[in-house]
Design a protein around this ligand. Sequence first.
Ligand code: ATP
Ligand code: MG
Length: 381
Amino acid sequence: MAEFILTPAIGDNFIGRETLVQELVEELHNKKSHIGFCLYGRRRVGKTSILIKVRQLLEEDKKLVVAYLSLYDIADLSPTTFAEELMDAIVHAYQEKGLLPLKIRIKDLLKSPLSIASELLKSVKVEGVVAEHIKLILEFKKERGDDNNYSEYIRQAFNTGEVLAKSTSTKCIIILDEFPEVVKFKNGLQLVKMLRTQYELQRATAIMISGSIKRTLDIVALSEGSPFYKQLVPKHLLPFTEQETAEFIKSYIGKVGKKEVEELYDITSGLPFYLQFIGRSTKYAGGIRDIIDTFIAQEGDLFFREEFEKLSDKEKIIVAALANGTENLVGIAKNITEPATTVSRYLPNLIEEDIVEKKSRGTYALVDKLFAHWLKKRIVE
Ligand SMILES: Nc1ncnc2c1ncn2[C@@H]1O[C@H](COP(=O)(O)OP(=O)(O)OP(=O)(O)O)[C@@H](O)[C@H]1O
Ligand SMILES: [Mg+2]
């Protein structure tokens, strides 16, 4: 039986999602297709788990090479570092697949002086376009600081997958997790535009980006006029269905009743992270109400308190009013004795953060029922 985990679900830990995974794999697997995806969904809904799953399935094919990069892992938020990390991830994927004789990591090559790097390249007999490409990048690197070179450097780095794919008759798939982080980079949006311009010219590469900050994904990919608009197919990842929730519980604890699943689905909305988190502290022993209480007492308190403390003072009272059951704007304003204009000023950010959702004109609700439940228990009462 699978063990509850809070990190991305792999192997036996991974439940459900069949249709989406199949769709992504089929399209990305097609060597003639250049279609990419933008996978978005609220925090902890299971995006990274899906990316890893898709990557594993694709890697079974010798002619597909998958490079994975999480933008969270890039410490220095400069476009050059991004380009270099990406290049390193791509080259590394080809090395792992045994398609590139070069043993040294591209990151290390970039750190060494040009003469040494060239010698290294010679000694491992990387030939033809790939060697030319890497040499070109090394030379750009040496002359970095010059603005003309800078964009050419980035452009060439973005093209690494295409060069490698063509010279090895493979398809290169580039997965960029936590893509919204890109806006934090210096000239972030310009960087996205460069990536997209390059992508448009490529034929042997497909990109899949993922993230949870809808506003940023709109700016880079989803809204009309954004760089990747119509270049990447949007895929909205929702929490588990009730059926997947049942499947999850069955796989993790063996058996479960219909009524328990219903109750659990109602309070967690099928968010995989909650199912794991609750399972880890309670092992799902007992009735659902008791399970939730135990979970909140054991781990939930700390977790939700932290989420709550991230909010500003005004946001806190609005959220508390919502947890208390007040749903319309006027009601919330009255409840917290603030003008309605104040409330409407704070709502967009809460919506953006996926904490509040608009139900209809003038009515709002908390997205997360478990958070609402905790708020009601600990803050409101
Ligand atoms: N298909 C799945 N089956 C079982 N558990 C899952 C599945 N997908 C996600 N989870 C669980 O949910 C939690 C969050 O998963 P994951 O990190 O993949 O989500 P995410 O959307 O990438 O989160 P974040 O927004 O923090 O990046 C983890 O505990 C993971 O094990
Ligand atoms: Mg993730």
